[in-house]
Design a protein around this ligand. Structure first.
Ligand SMILES: [Zn+2]
Length: 115
């Protein structure tokens, strides 16, 4: 995730965009990827990945195995270590599973080697 994406998420938080889960964009609000401009049917997802540096592979969820965060997360388990997590999927995971605000996604999204 590049700086431009982080800035855009912060801006959405500050301007009071309503955050939704389980969908990209609805008339009620947007998820974090929706804020970055992915449309309702995700037909432009590749374009948005390219624009905001979300093609990289995240090693694991930042909440992986943590005890002091709820829910503790095992997204990307050692048993499936050959699986990789595309960063755009991690954005949705943080939005939908960990209920992170736009601001926290901007802050906590792991650095990527593709940035
Ligand atoms: Zn997680």
């Amino acid at each position: 995730m590049n700086q431009e994406a982080r800035d855009k998420l912060v801006e959405a938080e500050l301007s009071g965009v309503k955050q939704i889960r389980g969908a990209l964009v609805t008339k009620d609000g947007k998820c974090a990827l929706g804020v970055l401009g992915v449309n309702e049917d995700a037909s432009n997802i590749q374009q948005i990945r390219d624009l905001y540096g979300l093609n990289g592979l995240a090693k694991r969820c930042p909440f992986y195995g943590t005890e002091n965060e709820r829910p503790a997360c095992f997204y990307y388990s050692p048993a499936s270590r050959f699986e990789v997590l595309v960063e755009s999927s991690l954005v949705i995971h943080l939005n939908d599973v960990h209920h992170l605000s736009f601001l926290d996604i901007a802050r906590k999204f792991p650095e990527s080697s593709s940035d």
